[in-house]
Design a protein around this ligand. Structure first.
Ligand SMILES: O=C(O)[C@@H](CO)OP(=O)(O)O
Length: 223
């Protein structure tokens, strides 16, 4: 039975400062590094065949730190997102390929784009616009923050990517690790668990805590 693990990156420097982040490329804090190590410890006995991350460094750091704890003898190798490695002359021998776990970075898994809220403190934004409005911007399905993406917009890029790439790997019996973001993962969990617009309002994905799913008979079940 193939396994899917979804993990939100560990705490970033802007999670720590309580600042809207979205597409700003902020690295992990020291707490985030600890969380990634802990996630790796939890997952150490699960042998992954392939890893997917966003192009944002906090997700890539989390995946690589967690994989460093894995008992597999294989080495995770980042594959350039433009898919032209071989054109550049990077071609692995069959022997090397057997010892490599490809790490694919793709912008479709990026955090929800937070528009004009990016860089603003969340508590101060709530003081200005009110708790209710800020909660709607942060958690609703179809109300975007000013000039940003709502969760529905995010799902329009994450779900086709998930189906064409991640589900495809699971169908082939591969174990997949996905390291991404609070809201890009909310859109994926919403799809997997068929949550309603109301249910997704309450869905929170904590930093650095792996969510494990089994794939069997075309169905993903959370363990
Ligand atoms: O700032 C962000 O990009 C996200 C994730 O940290 O925040 P929120 O949890 O408010 O959607």
């Amino acid at each position: 039975m193939a396994k899917l693990v979804l993990v939100r990156h560990g705490q970033s420097l802007w999670n720590k400062k309580n600042v809207f982040t979205g597409w700003v490329d902020v690295p992990l804090s020291t707490v985030g590094i600890e969380e990634a190590l802990k996630a790796g410890e939890t997952l150490k006995d699960l042998e992954f065949d392939v890893v997917y991350t966003s192009v944002q460094v906090r997700a890539l750091e989390t995946a690589m730190i967690a994989m460093a704890k894995n008992k597999s003898e294989k080495t995770p190798v980042v594959i350039h997102p433009d898919g032209k490695m071989s054109e550049w002359g990077v071609i692995y021998s069959e022997e090397m390929s057997k010892n490599v776990i490809p790490v694919y970075r793709d912008w479709h898994l990026n955090e929800r784009y937070y528009g004009e809220l990016q860089g603003m403190n969340k508590a101060e934004t709530a003081k200005t616009y009110g708790d209710e409005q800020v909660h709607i911007w942060r958690r609703s399905y179809d109300v975007p923050p000013p000039n940003g993406e709502c969760l529905q917009d995010t799902a329009e890029r994450t779900i086709p990517f998930f189906k064409e790439n991640i589900l495809k790997q699971l169908k082939e019996g591969k174990n997949v690790l996905v390291s991404a973001h609070g809201n890009s993962l909310r859109s994926i969990v919403m799809f997997i668990e068929e949550l309603s617009k109301e249910e997704v309002l309450k869905l929170e994905i904590p930093t650095g805590v792996p969510l494990l799913f089994s794939y069997e008979n075309d169905k993903l079940t959370r363990e």
